[in-house]
Write a new protein. Structure first.
Length: 320
């Protein structure tokens, strides 16, 4: 929640306001009137702490109060505000509505997350200059230094994932041939292209936000095939995935098949765009038996609960 308002993700994950045949694979109507515009924009603006802590929202609110005070009581501040600040603010509004209309409410809400703090930093710096005329600069410096040190020492965790424990995996994958193509548990593979410089078959929900309908349909097709191979009850789905796309290795992290994960599937979440599909596939897999876990017996790399299996071994295993 933000400012005691619960963000309704049906608006955040909604399609663009204007839909054409090139957007999200949809076509037909020109204007998306399936939900309240007031609720739509309210949720976009109140989605401030989607990935961050409440500290982010609190500081944004604090900066706004401080800035409002300076704007009201310092006429020179209003007159001498650099034109670049106004250009930035107006540009931000234009971009927000353009992204909302043609791309994605989710991305539009993140322009709020990134743009408002930048604007507030400009305003805050200018405001401090005017405040310094009334208060000792030494006092301002001391308070600023204290705040900076507090953030360094007591910096809150902001939900950024720590990939240090995955280093052995990254090192192993980086030594694979450059034409290797990896498929496997989605969250495990997300950082692989960055840290190991090897391509992956499907790695993140953000792949499902292209502007071209044909590409969107292809990505959705890949996502379903991958999840059916991982969470389905048939080895044939794994075989089909490997052969159809030339997968060279599969990466499996066992925790994504454990009860802690499967019994706490939440939708929507940041990864709600594939969590719902996992639910659908698991509901068909009544026994919750995952043949893909049998591949761990023939793994080439094994670290903690992560394994990497060569596709050739996978096909031989399935044939036998």
């Amino acid at each position: 929640t933000t400012f005691n308002h619960s963000v309704d993700y049906k608006y955040i994950y909604a399609p663009p306001l204007i839909k054409t045949k090139y957007l999200y694979g949809g076509e037909g109507y020109f204007f998306n009137n399936t939900f309240s515009f007031i609720e739509y924009f309210l949720n976009c603006f109140l989605n401030l702490n989607e990935h961050l802590t409440s500290l982010y929202t609190f500081l944004t609110f604090l900066f706004m109060i401080f800035g409002s005070f300076v704007i009201l009581f310092f006429k020179d501040f209003r007159k001498n505000l650099e034109k670049e600040v106004w250009i930035f603010f107006i540009s931000y509004i234009v971009v927000f509505f353009a992204v909302s209309a043609f791309y994605s409410p989710l991305i539009a809400s993140r322009t709020v997350v990134s743009a408002i703090p930048i604007l507030l930093v400009f305003l805050f710096a200018k405001a401090i200059y005017y405040i310094s005329k009334l208060i000792s600069r030494a006092l301002i410096f001391g308070v600023s230094l204290l705040i900076a040190l507090s953030f360094i020492i007591f910096c809150p965790h902001n939900n950024i994932r720590d990939y240090a424990s995955y280093k052995p995996l990254f090192d192993y994958v980086e030594k694979l041939p450059k034409n290797a193509l990896l498929a496997g548990t989605i969250r495990t593979l997300e950082p692989v292209p960055f840290f190991s410089h090897r391509p992956v078959f499907y790695m993140t929900v953000y792949s499902t936000m292209p502007t071209n309908g044909d590409f969107y349909n292809e990505v959705e097709k890949r996502k379903r095939q991958l999840l059916e191979a991982l969470y389905g009850d048939s080895l044939e789905a794994i075989k089909s995935l490997v052969k159809s796309y030339g997968i060279t290795h599969m990466v499996i992290e066992k925790k994504y098949f454990g009860s802690d994960f499967l019994n706490n599937l939440r939708d929507p979440t940041v990864h709600g765009l594939y969590i719902g599909l996992i639910k659908e596939i698991i509901n068909k897999n009544k026994k919750r038996s995952f043949p893909v876990l049998g591949l761990t017996e023939i793994s080439d790399f094994n670290y903690r609960d992560i394994v990497v299996v060569d596709a050739k071994k996978i096909l031989n295993y399935i044939e036998k």
